[in-house]
Design a protein around this ligand. Structure first.
Ligand code: VG1
Ligand code: CO
Length: 544
């Protein structure tokens, strides 16, 4: 087999964001663009030479072509074994599971997660290290540095491999093993959750659920686990066949984009439980009958009830949440005497805490929850956690969450996203906020007293690495908060995220509508940041 070096020139824009490198498909199709990034991974991750690489993606447009390119490059770069999901598919959590189970040296996941797919939409690539988790910043920065000076990449002339047949073939000196993308993951779920009890719940005749795979990667996983193994009625999984363009939608499990499944939780025929997951299967939305569980509350409820769930019956070690995530889980941690960590946005920041055994559960407000079972957030895991809880408690989702509020207080929560605003306007807005920070503590905004105002910086307690400029936080004396950040996953312009939280300990006031409770904070947040005059937007693009 003939290895060749192809001459190339650096692209200036290959710095990974919150979760990998995301660009329009057309950019990834630019000659050498994908190859440069992949070679930069091989050039900086020496363990891959002679090692094992896990490879798969969420099935979006360009997934198959990219897999073939990467397999050839892996062979030319001396990777001993490539484990690739059948059809080129692996959900993000399944990739993490496979990396850990087979002690691979790393993984490449092709996904732009919740971003739309198709020839005019988005593509992405992320590298996971041997712990199964997203590469930490030191690694992504090293890869980025390499992309700035790359002059060539290695590949070989070979036919496409057959991605659809399970089994092992070879390419040059590399063994390529096409694996069942679901089997290892399903086995792990069966270890963690009480499948027998969940099966009884589905068999009881009084419990119906829907899971919306949003035409993305979780369809095959959800069908095999929920319908085949747990006995949920056929048709429980909707939109269960992965499509290259996700049916034209945003595979983003929130109240706006997953409205189809939300609608199934209301009215006389409402199901008891519903959920959805995103493009690459790491996010989850949890719904009860007429009831939406905020991701921040979901994490808090999980932490408070973990001992009821098979895999966590021995207790949990600690918890973590990303900075903008509500402080609901902090209250549980205080009550249970657990350590609670506040990290920057992005799952990569949980990796060290999980590896060091400091935490068991962690989550983000952006519909991400997970545990130390892998090193990624995990959509179906969260759904199974809730199913296990429902099977044990035999109560409705709403009853469980409302009882939680009565016990711990309620953290009302909402997020405003202003998508596709001009980058300069977004940067100007953040600079303006930064300039106001010093004067805010001790002042009063529309009757709310500012307790602290800062730009969040994080020192990793395990390796001491420092990450600065992670979002502006304004905390008030009554426990409410406003947080501003710019997204690191978009592919055009800038997205401003405004996160709002208000605490209510009085049970009599916990059933108020979120929009009404948040109104005063919305007014403060939009006014303080001069959102309308700086971005031209009177209203956000999405409210979740
Ligand atoms: C968003 C979320 C963040 C999440 C990231 C990746 O990032 O806010 O919490 O970890 O997406 O999720 P940003 O920088 O756009 O706010 V996924 O499911 O898109 O891999
Ligand atoms: Co995702």
């Amino acid at each position: 087999m003939e290895y060749t070096t192809i001459t190339t020139r650096p692209f200036a824009d290959q710095r990974p964001g919150t979760s990998g490198l995301r660009k329009k498909v057309r950019i990834f199709q630019t000659p050498h663009y994908l190859e440069n990034f992949v070679q930069s991974i091989f050039d900086t991750q020496d363990v891959l030479e002679g090692g094992t690489l896990v490879l798969g993606g969420d099935g979006r447009y360009y997934n198959r072509q990219a897999i073939q390119i990467i397999v050839r490059m892996a062979a030319a770069n001396g990777v001993a074994k490539v484990m690739v999901g059948q059809g080129g598919l692996l959900s993000t959590p399944a990739a993490s599971c496979v990396i850990r189970k087979y002690r691979a040296d790393g993984g490449i996941i092709l996904s732009a997660s919740h971003n739309p797919g198709g020839p005019d939409a988005d593509f992405g690539i992320k590298f996971n290290t041997a712990n199964g988790g997203p590469a930490p910043e030191a690694v992504t920065e090293a890869i980025f540095a390499r992309t700035r000076e790359i002059t060539g990449y290695l590949t070989l002339a070979a036919k496409d491999i057959d991605l659809d047949t399970l089994g092992t073939t070879s390419l040059g000196g590399t063994r390529v093993e096409v694996i069942d993308p679901v089997a290892d993951y399903a086995a792990l779920m069966e270890d963690l959750f009480d499948f027998e009890r969940i099966r009884q719940l589905f068999g009881s005749g009084h419990f119906r659920m829907r899971f919306d795979a949003m035409h993305a990667i979780t369809g095959p996983y959800a069908r095999r686990i929920l319908e085949d193994r747990l006995g949920a009625a056929p048709g429980t999984v909707i939109n269960g066949i992965p499509l290259e363009d996700f049916g034209g939608g945003h595979p983003d499990p929130n109240l706006v984009h997953a409205h189809e499944v939300v609608a199934l939780t209301t009215g006389p025929e409402a199901v008891d439980f519903a959920a959805a997951s995103d493009g690459d299967g790491d996010r989850n939305m949890i719904l009860g009958r007429d009831f939406f569980v905020t991701p921040s509350d979901s994490l808090a409820v999980m932490a408070a009830n973990a001992d009821l769930v098979k895999g966590y019956a021995g207790g949990i070690k600690g918890v973590a949440r990303s900075m903008p995530t509500s402080q609901a889980v902090d209250r549980v941690a205080t009550r249970l005497g657990l350590d609670c960590y506040e990290t920057p946005t992005g799952w990569k920041f949980f990796g060290n805490l999980l590896d060091a055994g400091r935490i068991t559960l962690c989550g983000e407000e952006s519909f991400g929850t997970g545990s130390d079972h892998i090193r990624e957030k995990d959509g179906l895991w969260a759904v199974l956690f809730w199913l296990n809880l429902l099977a044990v408690l035999q109560e409705s989702v709403a009853d469980i969450v409302q009882a939680h509020w009565r016990q711990f207080g309620r953290n009302f929560y909402t997020r405003y996203d202003y998508e596709g605003i001009e980058t300069e306007a977004a940067n100007g807005l953040m600079a303006h906020l930064q300039s106001r920070l010093a004067a805010l503590p001790g002042s009063t905004l529309d009757g709310y007293s500012v307790e602290y105002a800062d730009n969040f910086a994080y020192t990793d307690p395990v390796d001491g690495s420092v990450s600065e400029n992670q979002g502006i936080r304004i905390g008030f004396t009554d426990g409410s908060r406003i947080v501003y950040r710019l997204s690191g996953t978009g592919t055009s312009g800038a997205t401003l995220r405004v996160y709002l939280e208000a605490f209510e300990s009085d049970a009599a006031k916990q059933d108020r509508a979120t929009a009404e409770v948040m109104q005063p904070l919305v007014a403060i947040a939009t006014g303080l940041a001069e959102i309308e005059s700086r971005t031209g937007r009177g209203e956000p693009t999405v409210i979740t």
